[in-house]
Design a protein around this ligand. Structure first.
Ligand code: COI
Length: 352
């Protein structure tokens, strides 16, 4: 057991937090976790009241974005028990992200112990199953004071958490933005550095100005192959087959993506992980063969796509109330998380 020093808040903010009325990710639980990397080792693990952290303006992460994050959720099951969903998968991806950014990975046992202790301490903040989940945000960044462009000598690893309802309140309209790329070969599209997200913001802004809710990302080389959708992995149902872009270096190996593929295959659905061209999506839509399209992710869970715009054309999809695949995936995930379906894959990890 790792020794984590705990400094509790004198009084919880939960009762006065009004988080249900607040936008996603803006109200945080009472506590946060911190650990520091110094002199070649991770140490000083501690839990403090959530609040400001004093940092110097020369903080290297601010200048060169040596910074990575994860997203995962804790759920309250129908019997009141609090569970984490596949936390070991996030621990492993966090390590891969850190290694890619020349950061010393947080040991996976520290990552997991920190999660358990923080969520146990703030367990009262985990919403009831019909109200949402606790979204947990582990992150780590270079904490050197100095603007030399080199890997930092010191780092901080922190975890914060926020109760969260739905990320999108309606099906999303997406639009390709071929003048922008989210990822490219040799880049960081398959891990989760902060720096993957800032360059996408302008594209999202312009897509919204053009009437969409989010960007449907195409590959950076040919601007032809569908990769992701906003901050989600993307799925299509064409002629009864589920198709999702194959991983290959530019696509984030989403844990929800993997879970949805597994649950669909368990249920007997054919799921193809392969390249899919935007032209194929439009051709299927034009011939009435595009049955469903949806994004999946930790924050957004399973989010139907209501329409797709590309080069002045709009792809039509059948009304969402006639879909079967996305609703099945969403319900199955929800049932597992509530404890209403058998956890045959051992994905739910109890927090004591
Ligand atoms: C997640 O779904 O956890 C993400 O990382 C997306 C985030 C930008 C909200």
């Amino acid at each position: 057991m790792i020794d984590i020093a705990i400094n509790r808040v004198p009084e919880s903010r939960l009762a006065s937090s009004r988080w249900q009325q607040a936008p996603f990710g803006t109200v945080f639980t009472d506590h946060m976790f911190l650990a520091s990397y110094m002199d070649g080792a991770w140490g000083h693990p501690r839990i403090e009241p959530y609040g400001p952290v004093e940092l110097w303006p020369s903080l290297s992460a601010l200048h060169y974005a040596q910074s990575v994050f994860e997203g995962l959720k804790a759920f309250r099951q129908d019997n009141g028990r609090v569970v984490l969903f596949r936390p070991a998968a996030n621990a492993a991806r966090f390590s891969r992200s850190m290694t890619r950014l020349a950061m010393p990975p947080v040991p996976e046992d520290l990552f997991l112990e920190a999660l358990h202790r923080l969520v146990a301490l703030d367990a009262a903040w985990v919403p009831a199953a019909d109200q949402g989940a606790l979204y947990i945000r582990p992150f780590a960044f270079g904490a050197d004071e100095g603007i030399r462009a080199r890997p930092a000598d010191r780092y901080l690893f922190m975890i914060i958490a926020c109760p969260a309802g739905a990320y999108y309140d309606k099906p999303v309209k997406v639009r390709t933005m071929p003048q922008f790329s989210r990822a490219f070969e040799g880049g960081t599209g398959d891990v989760k550095p902060a720096g993957n997200y800032a360059p996408a913001l302008l594209a999202e802004q312009l897509a919204r100005a053009a009437g969409a809710d989010s960007v449907l990302w195409l590959d950076g080389r040919e601007h032809r192959w569908v990769e992701e959708c906003g901050v989600m992995n993307v799925f299509f149902v064409i002629d009864g087959t589920v198709v999702t872009p194959a991983l290959g270096g530019t696509i984030l190996p989403g844990i929800t993506r993997d879970s949805v593929i597994t649950l669909l295959r368990d249920q007997g659905y054919a799921v193809d992980e392969r390249r899919i061209a935007i032209d194929e999506v439009f051709e299927a839509a034009d011939h009435g063969r595009l049955q469903e399209a949806f994004g999946v992710g930790t924050a957004a869970v399973v989010s139907p796509i209501a329409g797709i715009m590309h080069e002045g054309h709009a792809a039509q999809l059948p009304p969402v109330d006639r879909w079967t695949v996305a609703p099945f995936a969403k319900t199955r995930l929800a049932d597992l998380r509530r404890g209403a379906a058998e956890d045959t894959h051992g994905w739910m990890v109890a927090v004591d």
